[in-house]
Design a protein around this ligand. Structure first.
Ligand code: GLN
Length: 218
């Protein structure tokens, strides 16, 4: 399985490592020609306006949209999630606009810029996922084809639409490979995703939570 990590700006190396640990051939993608022969692409976290400007400059918007239509699986983490979204609340910044979600940037408030929390993700089983949030967005609302995979205090933080996956948090900053494995499985299965009913069980924000001031902002 050959998976690229879009390397405009942001947390690229950590995703490459995680993909390699999942047994993938992981490559950095800096030019549109490098999208060829990929099964999947990760758009990392960072600063979505900066990544978006660079993507536009390098011609990535039409190229990735075309590749997605041809079946490329794409996983956006944090800023990557913002770049996938059709609508970004109060912003007209450049984006791919291919996932039927409305996102809100920096949405957890100033007191909660960075934190980590044990997140219940039913599809990964009983064991919660230690999720790292850094100036994270969340999905405010999602279209009918979007499967909500995890919520936090009623806010959607992990979702899938067909071959698109988006998380508000950074799984590449932990040793837990389960979300990367899920993405890789999504690519290999050629499965287009079940459309689940909305309303994934969520856990209240106050449970099992720790502030994580040592994590830098992005
Ligand atoms: N706050 C950033 C943005 O809006 C996203 C932060 C991240 O990717 N960790 O683009």
């Amino acid at each position: 399985m050959r998976v690229g990590v879009l390397a405009m700006q942001g947390a690229v190396r950590e995703h490459l490592d995680a993909l390699r640990r999942c047994g993938c051939e992981a490559v950095t993608v800096k030019r549109v020609e490098q999208l060829k022969d990929l099964h999947g692409l990760i758009i990392p976290g960072g600063e979505s306006t900066t990544i978006g400007e660079l993507m536009r400059e390098y011609g990535f918007f039409p190229a990735i949209k075309q590749a997605a239509e041809n079946g490329l699986g794409i996983y956006g983490t944090c800023a990557g999630m913002i770049l996938l979204a059709k609508e970004i609340r109060d912003s007209d910044q450049p984006r791919l606009g291919i996932m039927d979600v409305v996102v809100r940037r920096n949405a957890f408030g100033r007191q909660r810029e960075s934190f980590e929390i044990d997140l219940d993700i039913p599809l990964l089983g009983e064991h919660p996922f230690r999720a790292v949030f850094i100036r994270a967005p969340y999905i405010e609302s999602a279209g009918p084809a979007v499967e909500v995979l995890a919520s936090l205090g009623g806010k959607i933080v992990l979702a899938r639409e067909g071959r698109l996956l988006a998380s508000a948090f950074h799984p590449e900053l932990t040793d837990d490979l389960r979300i990367h494995q899920y993405f890789v499985q999504m690519l290999s299965a050629q499965d287009t995703g079940a459309i689940a009913k909305r309303g994934t069980p969520s856990r209240s924000e106050s449970e099992h939570e720790e502030e994580r001031p040592e994590v830098g902002t992005a």
